[in-house]
Design a protein around this ligand. Structure first.
Ligand code: NAD
Length: 283
């Protein structure tokens, strides 16, 4: 169990990257309704201003700070940290959540790979390494929540750079939690948010209506908070299509590729189609 009343409370400070849209914005609003000072870091002055207005409607303008920050730029994250500390003193919740998913393939040009790894992976690594020491040093309890993906665990074919980035976020956040729980006197815990299918800027495309299978960003944030309260590190979100037992079998099959000495991604290999289907059905 994690006592969030000591963390998510008035005057404490939450920093959310990718906070101008989707899951990050829903989290920013949630923290604002609890009276926290909220910092949203994202791209685009107009988008940020609009998001800041929506968050301020929950808590008041003096409790919101919006800073244009490219998380793939370490110096920009360091500048953000200085600004936040100057204005609010301390950080209690860091949510490294900014993410992108342009199409990539193994041999596609460098731009997609560089962008995805820079934002999704190095944004999380550098965000944590920039804010983490100060969060530990002030001695008050806090959270570092990094947004991963099921695609970083079951690694489906389609967008290899995205999978690599999210797999890296998983590994980094696991190591982070190990480090934090072995830090004497430290009161910060780490959590890996693993969303299901969520209707956001990332997944919308041209659609205006939420597909039945998707969760809303708000549902995702509610589940995230409940899970952290329960003490969960892995916040494995279902959606309206995929229940937890299905995710459990998909993950078990993926690690089974190594244990059973199958080819990688055998779930999508025609020779294993029947066996995977039977495994999924519990046979
Ligand atoms: P979103 O597009 O609504 O939000 C992502 C935000 O990140 C945007 O506001 C975007 O401007 C911002 N961002 C992009 N590049 C940035 C940069 N360089 N610096 C700062 N901010 C930047 O999408 P979302 O679904 O809310 O995404 C949030 C996180 O959830 C991402 O890490 C994404 O990979 C992850 N995720 C989403 C889903 C889903 O189904 N939506 C599933 C699994 C994981």
């Amino acid at each position: 169990m994690t006592d969030l009343t000591d963390i998510i409370k008035p005057s404490n400070v939450a920093v959310i990257t990718g906070g101008a849209s989707g899951i990050g914005l829903a989290a920013a609003k949630h923290f604002a309704t609890q009276g926290m000072n909220v910092v949203i870091a994202d791209l685009g002055a107009d988008r940020l201003a609009e998001a800041a207005k929506a968050v301020a409607a929950m808590s008041g303008e003096d409790r919101v700070m919006a800073v244009e920050t490219d998380v793939s730029d370490k110096a920009a994250l360091q500048a953000l940290e200085r600004q936040v500390v100057q204005r609010f003193g301390k950080v209690h919740v860091l949510m490294n959540n900014a993410g992108i998913g342009p199409e990539t393939s193994i041999f596609s040009d460098d731009s997609g790979w560089d962008a995805i790894l820079g934002v999704n992976l190095m944004g999380v690594v550098n965000g944590t390494r920039t804010f983490g020491p100060g969060m530990l040093a002030h001695g008050e309890p806090g959270l570092i929540i990094n947004t991963g993906s099921k695609q970083g665990i079951t690694t489906p074919p389609g967008n290899p750079a995205y999978n690599v980035s999210k797999s890296g976020v998983k590994v980094f956040t696991e190591a982070l939690e190990h480090e934090l729980r072995n830090t004497k006197g430290g009161k910060i815990s780490a959590h890996l948010l693993i969303p299901g299918f969520v209707f956001t800027g990332l997944t919308k495309g041209d659609r205006t209506d939420k597909p039945a299978a998707a969760w809303t960003p708000e549902q995702t944030v509610d589940f995230m908070i409940e899970s952290i309260e329960k003490g969960d590190f892995y916040i494995l979100c279902p959606d309206n299509d995929v229940a937890r037992p299905v995710d459990e079998r998909r993950m078990a099959w993926a690690i089974g590729d190594i244990i059973e000495n199958r080819p990688p991604l055998s779930r999508w290999h025609p020779d294993y189609a029947e066996r995977f289907k039977a495994f999924l059905e519990g046979k």
